[in-house]
Design a protein around this ligand. Structure first.
Ligand SMILES: [Zn+2]
Length: 147
């Protein structure tokens, strides 16, 4: 148990030192995606029924009014990407759930003139033995997975 605790502490310190290196969770417990190059815009991915809901949040993780923002979404292999149908609501975007183990890749634009920002997540629903969250919402091992 001692070894495990030490590992946890090291992981925590590493995560803190690297700042936004790992998985980050938002105010609604969703997965945070970077929607900017300077931390000024975020997406928070939660599951609603058979869809991902991607809320658009500002630098303080506050809901942003939905105006000109657009999102495109794909899934599947790099060789065979599948375009997903995206719909919009007053808080963000709705995208069909990808198959378990597949990647969700989104491209966000704040306005039609903005440069598209690409963000992705692996939809790994296996339960983490430490935090009991599904792996795609797990913050325990975010740094280990990068090594
Ligand atoms: Zn975990």
């Amino acid at each position: 148990m001692k070894t495990k605790l030490a590992t946890l502490i090291v992981t925590f310190i590493t995560a803190a030192a690297f700042g936004h290196g790992g998985v980050e969770l938002g105010p609604n417990g969703g997965r945070i995606l970077e929607f900017s190059k300077n931390e000024s815009m975020h997406g928070e991915v939660t599951v609603k029924g058979d869809k991902f809901h991607i809320a658009v949040l500002d630098k303080d993780m506050k809901q942003v009014a939905m105006k000109e923002q657009t999102l495109t979404a794909t899934s599947g292999d790099r060789d065979k990407p599948v375009k997903l149908e995206v719909t919009k609501d007053d808080k963000g975007f709705l995208v069909p759930l990808v198959k378990v183990g597949e990647w969700l890749i989104v491209q966000f634009k704040e306005t039609p003139k903005s440069k598209a920002i690409t963000a992705r997540l692996e939809f790994n629903t296996a339960k983490c033995s430490e935090c009991k969250n599904p792996e795609w919402l797990c913050t325990c091992k975010s740094e280990e997975g990068k090594k």
